[in-house]
Every structure is written in C-alpha cells, then in structure tokens.
Design a protein around this ligand. Structure first.
Ligand code: AMP
Length: 234
C-alpha cells in the first residue's frame, strides 16, 4: 500500500513547509496541481493556452483536465509509493474521481490532513509578512525583532494604509509578496478556501479520513503531530 496524503489548509497554515517535511520523512513526492499547471507555461499547445487563460483570471481549471494531469503525475515512477497532494482535490467531482482511480489501482487514500488555523491568524500571517531579497522573513505581528515598520497613507487614501518596512538601523527595504500586499486579495483567498475546501472537509469527514492538526503551533510541533497521525494510520 502506498501513502496517499491530502494536505488541506488555508493559505498561511504552512502547507508548503509541512509538505517538505512529509516528503523528506516518508520519501514520497509533493504534488501541487498549481505547480503542475504553472509548469505548462512554457508549452505552446491549445490546452496549455487554455490553462494559462483560466489561471490568469483566477478561475479553476475544469475537472477533467485537472484529473488527467493528476493521473499522469501519479503514474510517474517516483510516485510509485504514494504522494502528498496539495491544492487537489478542489471539488467533489475531483475527490470522487481520485478515490475511484486509487481503488482501481488497489490503493486508497491514507489520510486527509487538515492544517487548522484561526482565519484572523491566517490573515495576519499573510498581511504582516515581509522579507529580505535573500528570503529571510519577518512578520510585523509575530516576528518583528530586527526590523522597523510603519503604515503610510495610501496614495488614494484607501484602507488599509500601506505597510513599509526595513531592516532596523539600515536603509534595506523589506519586500512584501504582491499577493500579500493587498488586504482585499488575502480576504478573497480566505473566502475561496471557505467556499471550496470546507465542503470537501465534510465529504472526507464522512469517509472517516480527516485528521485535524493544530497549525498555530511551531513548525516542529506541527510536523510532530503530522508524523504521529501518519504513523498511526500506516
Ligand atoms: P494554487 O497554486 O494551488 O493556488 O493554484 C493556482 C491555480 O491553478 C488555481 O487558481 C487554478 O487556476 C489552478 N488549479 C490548481 N489546482 C487546481 C484544482 N485542483 N482544480 C482546478 N484548478 C486548479
């Protein structure tokens, strides 16, 4: 039996970091459908163009296209012992397709790990995050030592004011990710999570597959919780 793990959680819950942990600990690849679709950018065919168009509008890719790309990925040699799925499934149809597909291969889903984080905390993790050009990150709410920050009025007096930050005692400006710099787009992402992911959590709960992980704790503690759940399931 392979290890088929679905990782779910609001943006900021630490899915990327924990996928890295699981990958290292259990030797199964991290499969992110968002990454698979982004990798199609260099292709010139009709399907790749359609995917690009939908992604640029923030729309979901049709289920049949998405299921096909997942099947191709699951059939690669490095996925022979299972995978960590991230960003997939995103609809009931995808969830049912995945279960039927695995069943057809004599496999089944091992666990759905739900990284639970209070949504205001998730907002602050994204909104308050700044980093150096080298990638060292800070947060105005939780990790502000060594930096200076202030809110400056928005040019159009829009709310909230803009956050500017620099390394303490220097002129080195700290950078915000474009998608974090806008409070409205963070809230939109949280809304989308509530609309698309929460119904799937209910679905998988009905199948007895969901394990709730407290994602407000330290990275190491979250990894520990994940390891306990996986080891108890295998
Ligand atoms: P992500 O990086 O997971 O936020 O995904 C980026 C984009 O890829 C999404 O906005 C969708 O356009 C597309 N995408 C990723 N995963 C899926 C999925 N499971 N179903 C449909 N579209 C997806």
């Amino acid at each position: 039996m392979g290890l088929y793990i679905i990782l779910m959680g609001v943006q900021g819950a630490g899915k990327g970091v924990q996928a890295g942990f699981i990958q290292k600990e259990y030797g199964i690849p991290h499969v992110s459908t968002g990454d698979l679709f982004r990798a199609m950018k260099s292709r010139e065919d009709e399907l790749a163009r359609r995917v690009q168009d939908l992604m640029s509008k923030g729309l979901l890719i049709p289920d049949d296209v998405t299921n096909d790309i997942v099947r191709d990925r699951l059939e690669q040699p490095d996925a022979a012992n299972g995978v960590i799925l991230d960003g997939y499934p995103r609809s009931r149809n995808q969830a049912e397709w995945l279960q039927a597909y695995l069943e057809g291969r004599g496999e089944k889903l091992t666990r759905v790990l739900l990284l639970e984080l209070n949504l205001f905390e998730a907002f602050k993790r994204a909104f308050g995050r700044v980093s150096t050009a080298e990638g060292k990150s800070y947060n105005i709410y939780s990790n502000a030592e060594g930096m200076e920050w202030e809110f400056v009025d928005h040019p159009e007096k829009a709310y909230p004011p803009q956050l500017t930050a620099k390394l303490a005692g220097t002129d080195t400006v700290l950078i915000r990710r474009a998608d974090d710099a806008n409070a409205h787009s963070i809230i939109k992402r949280i809304d989308t999570y509530l609309e698309t992911t929460m119904p799937l959590v209910e679905f998988f709960e009905g199948e007895g597959l969901v394990a709730r992980i407290d994602a407000s704790r330290s990275i190491a503690s979250v990894s520990q919780q994940i390891k306990q759940v996986i080891d108890a399931t295998r």
